[in-house]
Design a binder for this molecule. Structure first.
Ligand SMILES: Nc1ncnc2c1ncn2[C@@H]1O[C@H](COP(=O)(O)OP(=O)(O)OP(=O)(O)O)[C@@H](O)[C@H]1O
Length: 294
């Protein structure tokens, strides 16, 4: 499986009558392959969710292309058999009027109508066990009777009932407490072992670091740095990445002052810059990277 984003741009119409436009995502290219987690990191508003939504066909692509195994994103049944998303707020994915396990029934009705009820029941139970839940404790319950972590895991189980190759996980741990969060992260790590590709969208660097082989750092809709997580975290080249990584705020020195200001695309005002390959597979956006006195 290969998810490929090629120069992807998303322009929203904004303003009272949609008279103005705003590029939420601007020329983004990266890929995700089978058996790997790629984390997409950026601050609020950097365009992470917009990228996730475009991959899932929930919003249109203004320019560029997104393909999964060469097939362009298509908001159609066959596409969703292989590509699924799980989102931040698990409660919003369930209808409070129905029991939570209705989400499994809906999958059966649209994808596996020929499977007998007994066989389906077995598949549901084993998918629930795969996400380390006890079917006896979660089946037959309403959403409000389950915790956020349980609902989140049920959504992952739902995705597993399909033949998924790519999971887009958008801030899925942000509403969970610390120990449940680690459980869900470990679950994603297991999915990767099974050969799935996972795009892990987060604003939390430590979580991205925990899971991902590769990291893509997004700022204002453009990629400022990407590469192996060890490289991006261990040898961050772009001042923006360094800022994100700086755990301790420099109280008496704004970071802008502490970094070179005249050689870097980021400081030069944020015009979209080309990505330079600074090191094997380690890319950084810097208009004059070669001259950067880092
Ligand atoms: N439907 C829309 N119409 C206009 N602008 C939008 C729309 N959806 C998102 N935006 C804008 O696009 C930018 C990127 O939004 P996006 O939700 O992708 O960011 P994000 O990185 O996922 O942020 P967060 O972490 O807060 O979810 C933001 O400035 C947002 O206000």
């Amino acid at each position: 499986m290969m998810l490929q984003l090629d120069n992807v741009t998303k322009v929203y119409k904004v303003g009272a009558f949609g008279g103005k436009t705003f590029a939420a995502v601007d020329g983004v290219s990266f890929d995700v392959r089978s058996g790997e987690v790629v984390s997409l990191i950026g601050e609020s508003g950097s365009g992470k969710s917009t990228i996730g939504k475009m991959i899932l066909g929930l919003t249109s692509i203004t320019a560029g292309s997104i393909t999964v195994d060469g097939v362009p994103v298509k908001a159609a049944k066959e596409y969703y058999r292989h590509v699924q998303g799980v989102f931040q707020d698990p409660f919003s994915c369930y209808n409070p009027v129905f029991k939570a396990d209705r989400v499994f029934q809906l999958i059966k009705e649209s994808y596996y109508p020929q499977v007998s009820a007994a066989e389906w029941d077995g598949r549901v139970r084993s998918a629930i066990e795969d996400v380390r839940l006890d079917p006896g404790q979660v089946l037959g319950r309403y959403p409000h009777q389950l915790s956020g972590g349980q609902l989140q895991r049920l959504l992952i189980a739902r995705a597993l009932l399909l033949d998924i190759k790519l999971l887009v996980a958008d801030e899925i741990t942000s509403m969970l407490d610390a120990s449940t969060r680690i459980d869900v992260l470990n679950l994603l790590a297991e999915l990767k072992e099974r050969g799935l590709g996972v795009l892990y969208v987060t604003h939390d660097l430590s979580l991205g670091n925990y899971l991902a082989e590769r990291t893509v750092v997004l700022r204002n809709g453009t990629v400022v740095e990407m590469g192996l997580t060890d490289k991006v975290f261990g040898d961050p080249l772009h001042p923006y990445t360094r800022k994100l990584l700086a755990a301790v705020p420099r109280l008496n020195a704004p970071w802008e002052d502490a970094e070179p200001t005249d050689t870097c695309h980021y400081h030069a005002g944020g015009a979209s810059g080309a990505l330079f390959e600074a090191d094997a597979g380690h890319f950084v956006a810097c208009a004059r990277f070669d001259g950067c006195p880092r």
